[in-house]
Design a binder for this molecule. Structure first.
Ligand code: NCD
Ligand code: ZN
Length: 352
């Protein structure tokens, strides 16, 4: 890493939590990620979800075909995941491991977020055999860490998830690799920092840069709505401290989740922020705001590969200090998507 005041060159980063969708939307978005990242963990919440190695293999081929069509020069590797259901078979985990293309299994508590209807209803009741095999073969469990109990306040669902699901899960499977995805609270950051055993967490750029006021800035702002929802300022501050810590347990995961404008600007708008276009601009701006660009490379490029047991990318990425105005919209399969923080000015730009 070289770090002067106005320029930063780091090993090429990876995105450890990404939604690419499928079909024409996939073709619209995949080039944005491939322009900044060497690899990405591809979330399996398609309709229907990616529940088997065969489906993951076919989805991977569609991603590679979309890349070849839209960005043929990109060197980008999709790292596939399976969607855990109450009915996932433990043999499927062995097949996934042997395939070499599946790098994690995603737990969506049923009903927690976009396309999670097929998710798990009772993790320790229904998935014990699967979790045993995952622990045995070293397959990480990627966790959407929110309870779905409607009696729990939306802003408390991550903290309650730790007590109700994470603690019993990790007591029962202490050697299971677990990624607490898109961490949003001080409670989550403290848990991941202090817990024993193989646990890590991804943090999005939007949870590092913005608090829940952004959802109501001058009116109701659907393009700032994602799940887990933005939290209070004290949680944002705790996430920043986690992201720049030297624990190695926190790494980059954009959770970039494209939805067409009309699907967000409506009654009952979809959850998800689009950040693939300007991910590193957002993260660099966040780290710079607290004077900790020195830790950006570990967070973006080193900690993730170490946890997943993969090599660090050999290429590099250079960012320059410059004003970058986020565009107001981008084409998305004949419609448009509004990128997060559209119209605002960020402090860093990725160099081509
Ligand atoms: C994601 C999506 O749209 O697929 N939405 C979101 O708000 N993050 C799903 C998810 O990761 O929860
Ligand atoms: Zn996600």
């Amino acid at each position: 890493m070289t770090n002067t005041v106005d320029q930063l060159t780091i090993q090429k980063p990876d995105d450890w939590h990404l939604h690419l969708r499928d079909g024409a939307v996939l073709e619209s978005v995949v080039g944005h990620t491939a322009a900044q990242f060497g690899r990405a963990i591809i979330m399996p919440n398609l309709t229907p979800p990616v529940t088997t190695t065969a489906l993951a293999q076919a989805y991977r081929e569609r991603i590679v075909a979309a890349l070849n069509k839209t960005t043929p020069d990109a060197k980008f590797e999709p790292l596939m995941t399976l969607y855990l259901t109450d009915n996932t078979d433990s043999d499927e985990i062995r097949r996934a491991k042997e395939s070499g293309i599946v790098h994690g299994v995603k737990l969506y508590p049923a009903g927690a977020t976009t396309n999670s209807d097929a998710g798990v209803t009772d993790l320790l009741g229904r998935c014990t055999k699967v979790l045993e095999v995952m622990q045995e073969v070293g397959m990480p469990l990627l966790v959407h860490g929110e309870v779905t109990d409607p009696s729990i306040d939306l802003f408390d669902r991550e903290a309650v998830f730790i007590d109700r699901v994470m603690l019993p899960l990790r007591r029962a499977f202490p050697a299971l690799k677990v990624v607490f995805e898109h961490l949003t609270t001080a409670d989550g950051a403290a848990y991941v920092s202090e817990a024993e055993g193989p646990i890590a967490a991804t943090i999005t750029a939007h949870h590092l840069l913005y608090n829940r006021n952004a959802l109501f800035q001058g009116g109701l702002r659907p393009h700032w709505y994602c799940l887990p929802v933005l939290k209070r300022e004290r949680h944002r501050q705790a996430l920043l401290q986690a992201a720049v810590s030297t624990s190695g347990r926190f790494f980059l995961g954009t959770d970039s989740a494209p939805h067409a404008r009309g699907r967000k600007e409506q009654d009952c708008g979809c959850a998800g922020c689009y950040t693939a276009l300007h991910a590193m601009e957002l993260y660099a701006t966040a780290f710079d705001q607290i004077g900790r660009l020195d830790q950006l490379e570990a967070f973006a490029s080193l900690n993730g590969p170490a946890f997943y047991g993969l090599p660090v990318n050999s290429a590099t990425l250079t960012l320059k200090r410059a004003e970058y105005v986020v565009p107001d919209q981008l084409p998305l399969a004949g419609e448009e998507v509004v990128p997060l923080a559209n119209g605002t000015t960020l402090g860093w730009v990725v160099q081509p």
